[in-house]
Design a protein around this ligand. Structure first.
Ligand SMILES: CC(C)(COP(=O)(O)OP(=O)(O)OC[C@H]1O[C@@H](n2cnc3c(N)ncnc32)[C@H](O)[C@@H]1O)[C@@H](O)C(=O)NCCC(=O)NCCS
Ligand SMILES: Nc1ncnc2c1ncn2[C@@H]1O[C@H](COP(=O)(O)OP(=O)(O)OP(=O)(O)O)[C@@H](O)[C@H]1O
Length: 200
């Protein structure tokens, strides 16, 4: 069975995980890369031991990761973010590969904020970006994650710009309005993708 992998990407708070529900309802198997990143950093595993060499203050004696502390460090320093990415992506990409191979569905959605940085765009037949305005994203993620506006802004500036996402995607979904409107737009995109790739 030839699998079609759709990469869903965009800045923090744009609405990737919200939109992924529409893909699930349309028969897609969802791989959420934030969850994959949590799986590879479960206390005591190999990835944590590698990261603890670089960020010793972010781990306790059981190699359990203090996520907020690491976020504060890497989203304030591009070199440290690069060190984190270089270390964690091989573990993440290996697990993504395993999940794609094990997926029972022919259609797979990769919900991945750092799709391009991780090189996971190369696994995708189609790339969909979700975009939303800065102020809206700021409000959403300070509320969702309970983080300060300052940390949220640092996280944004660690990511590609909206223009980058638009320029590197096959479809762009704007999510400044209601969830219902965005769901409708997403279903139209899904229909086009399915028409294009069914049987292909
Ligand atoms: C830095 C970490 C420990 C912060 O953990 P925390 O629980 O505070 O945040 P969480 O993991 O829920 O991520 C929240 C959002 O931050 C953004 N983000 C996460 N990692 C990165 C990154 N490397 N570069 C840019 N933005 C990122 C994404 O929009 C993500 O949805 C964590 O995000 C991490 O391990 N990041 C590296 C792995 C990665 O790139 N994950 C993204 C999916 S591949
Ligand atoms: N159209 C919308 N109207 C109101 N709230 C929304 C809308 N879209 C998303 N949200 C809310 O905004 C928050 C961020 O959305 P979501 O988690 O889907 O973003 P994301 O792109 O996956 O972000 P991240 O990369 O940080 O994980 C969530 O709490 C979600 O419920």
């Amino acid at each position: 069975m030839k699998k079609t992998v759709v990469g869903l990407t965009g800045q923090s708070g744009a609405g990737k995980t919200t939109i992924s529900d529409a893909f699930r309802e349309n028969g897609f198997e969802i791989i959420n890369c934030d969850i994959v990143a949590r799986e590879v950093t479960q206390a005591g595993n190999e990835c944590c031991k590698e990261l603890a060499k670089l960020f010793p203050n972010c781990f306790d004696e059981n190699y359990s990761l203090d996520r907020q502390k690491l976020g504060e460090i890497v989203f304030s320093d591009k070199n440290k973010l690069q060190m984190l990415n270089d270390t964690i992506y091989p573990f993440i990409n290996k697990l993504i590969d395993e999940k794609i191979n094990a997926a029972p569905s022919r259609f797979i959605l990769l919900d991945a904020p750092t799709l391009f940085e991780a090189g996971a765009d190369k696994l995708c037949s189609v790339i969909v970006s979700v975009v939303a305005d800065f102020g809206i994203r700021l409000e959403r993620i300070t509320k969702r994650d309970g983080i300060s506006a300052e940390l949220a802004k640092k996280r944004f500036s660690s990511q590609h710009t909206m223009e980058f996402f638009k320029a590197h995607s096959d479809f762009v979904i704007e999510n400044n309005g209601s969830v219902n409107d965005t769901f409708q737009k997403t279903c139209e995109v899904i229909e086009t993708i399915k028409e294009r790739y069914n049987g292909g």
